[in-house]
Design a protein around this ligand. Structure first.
Ligand code: SF4
Ligand code: SF4
Ligand code: SF4
Length: 323
């Protein structure tokens, strides 16, 4: 790309952690900003309004990042506007790419989700049991409105076409720096690609049995992380901790296994995998003994939440649930 790249960033239904990953780039962000002209960054960073985006000419934004899933009518509307204004749209972070952790809400009826959020949490003080309403008239004269809540969490590509995907919750800052540099240099892969290393978390993990010149042993028992500390330097999966490193894009440099925490799959799928959770289930099955499978079923009451922790709305199963 020649000249400064007109850049936009929209947070939809996310926690803004993905934006923190950009900030975590530190000086590399300063270098990147020399090539970027930020024309819109809402609602977190710039003092811009949605109508400012709506007023921009179509295709006037070179590169737009979206972080967060889609849960409100407002998100749907803003995504459609952003798509119309942007040449390249990147689903940035696993919420935008596949629905992320909030996507697990799709396993529950909407009423149950609202009951939990507005009535049942320990910190809720809502004696009258009031739920948010899309519109309300205050004191008989002030019409207040809120964006309507959708029945399901959706990934960004359920609403608009996505050009590139970046996994991670949030994406690792080293990788974000590389992705931004790649985009700035114009070295883009075919549309629809995930921007990643194409290698699994295991490939950068110091616990990988391959580094000791041997195959991974079959898993004979399943342990949850509260059942004891894992042995240093040994593969977590071999020890029975359900590490999803073999099935997950590894641009994070094995951040979690490095500190004794099993990979939970936030990096997203490896190239060519169409359904992350289905791939995990089929591949993991071959690594477990029959006893380990029995323990898995006893110790994890909801395997969908285990295998599709970050990926349910973007999966075949999750899409079948969406209206
Ligand atoms: S992917 Fe993770 S860090 Fe990013 S918005 Fe979603 S929950 Fe937050
Ligand atoms: S600890 Fe996890 S990431 Fe590391 S080698 Fe074992 S399975 Fe792979
Ligand atoms: S190890 Fe797995 S869960 Fe942890 S940051 Fe990397 S991809 Fe995400």
């Amino acid at each position: 790309m020649s000249g400064k790249i007109k850049f936009a960033f929209l947070l939809t239904g996310g926690c803004a952690g993905c934006e923190m990953a950009l900030v975590d780039m530190g000086e590399r962000l300063v270098d990147a900003l020399e090539h970027l002209e930020v024309v819109f960054w809402a609602p977190t960073v710039a003092d811009v309004k949605y109508k400012d985006l709506e007023a921009m000419p179509d295709q006037s934004i070179d590169l737009a990042f979206v972080d967060g899933m889609v849960r409100l009518e407002e998100h749907e509307h803003m995504l459609k506007v952003l798509r119309q204004k942007s040449k390249i749209l990147v689903a940035f972070g696993i919420c935008a790419a596949l629905g992320g952790i909030p996507g697990m809400a799709n396993i529950h009826p909407t009423e149950e989700v609202l009951e939990q959020a507005y009535k049942k949490t320990f910190s809720t003080d809502n004696p009258e049991g009031i739920f948010p309403q899309p519109s309300y008239v205050l004191e008989g004269k002030y019409q207040l409105t809120l964006p309507a809540f959708l029945d399901q969490v959706k990934p960004v590509n359920a609403v608009v076409e996505v050009d590139y995907y970046v996994g991670g919750c949030p994406p690792h800052q080293d990788f974000v720096a590389k992705a931004v540099e790649t985009i700035v240099a114009g070295n883009l892969p075919p549309k629809g690609s995930w921007l990643g290393t194409g290698k699994a978390v295991c490939d950068s993990c110091a616990r990988n049995p391959a580094l000791k010149g041997r195959e991974r042993k079959r898993v004979e028992e399943i342990k949850r992380t509260f059942e004891g500390a894992p042995q240093e330097g040994e593969c977590l999966l071999e020890q029975g901790y359900l590490c999803l490193g073999p099935f997950t894009e590894g641009f994070c440099g094995a951040s979690c296994p490095k500190v004794g925490i099993p990979c939970r799959g936030c990096g997203g799928p490896l190239p060519g995998v169409k359904d992350y959770g289905a791939q995990v289930m089929s591949s993991l099955g071959a690594l477990l003994t029959d006893e380990a499978v029995d323990q898995l079923l006893k110790k994890y009451p909801n395997l969908v939440k285990l295998f599709y922790r970050y990926a349910f709305p973007g999966s075949f199963l999750g899409k079948a649930e969406q209206k």
